[in-house]
Write a protein that binds this ligand. Structure first.
Ligand SMILES: [Zn+2]
Length: 162
């Protein structure tokens, strides 16, 4: 039995999200984040990763990125929350979603999309394109955090200076 199911999201009112189908213990690997492995050169040159798609591009290592923007990547439906219960973890060129706290059955699975603020020197204009409506008490209003291991490709941030 899968640990998750897809249904209409409480966070993204126009979209879907993933929900726990049973209680999940901290540290459990919930779902693989799958996509196509592309070279840095390919992600640099692709027009796909304009301002609307950066959240699906992961930095795997110094040579490769993972493009997760495919309908068969169910993990991409996981929404961002400032009080996230899951996080992305990597091993080699593989990426998966892991519970970072105990999750109750029926809870929406959430990750921190991890736009680093100070480390990547993104402008306010950039963040305004990514408002957060997660509804948690500590919500800062935007999809940001100070540090993230699997954060958005750094070179992307260079192209969104306004
Ligand atoms: Zn929030």
């Amino acid at each position: 039995m899968k640990l998750y199911k897809v249904k209409k999201s409480n966070i993204d009112r126009n979209g879907r999200g993933l929900y726990a189908t049973k209680d999940i213990k901290e540290g459990t690997r919930i779902i693989d984040y799958v996509g196509k492995i592309i070279t840095k050169k390919q992600s640099d040159e692709s027009e796909k990763f304009d301002n609307s798609k950066p959240i699906y591009l992961f930095n795997l290592n110094s040579r490769y990125d993972l493009d997760g923007d495919f309908s068969w990547n169910t993990a991409k439906l996981i929404n961002h929350s400032c009080e996230n219960c899951c996080d992305y973890e990597g091993q080699g060129l593989k990426l998966f979603v892991v519970a970072i706290k105990d999750i109750k059955k029926g809870e929406e699975l959430t990750c921190d999309y991890g736009f680093g603020f100070d480390s990547e020197k993104k402008s306010d204009t950039f963040f305004k394109k990514f408002p957060c409506r997660c509804g948690s008490k500590n919500c800062c209003g935007y999809i940001v955090r100070a540090e993230s291991r699997w954060r958005i490709n750094k070179r992307f941030s260079l192209s969104v200076k306004n």
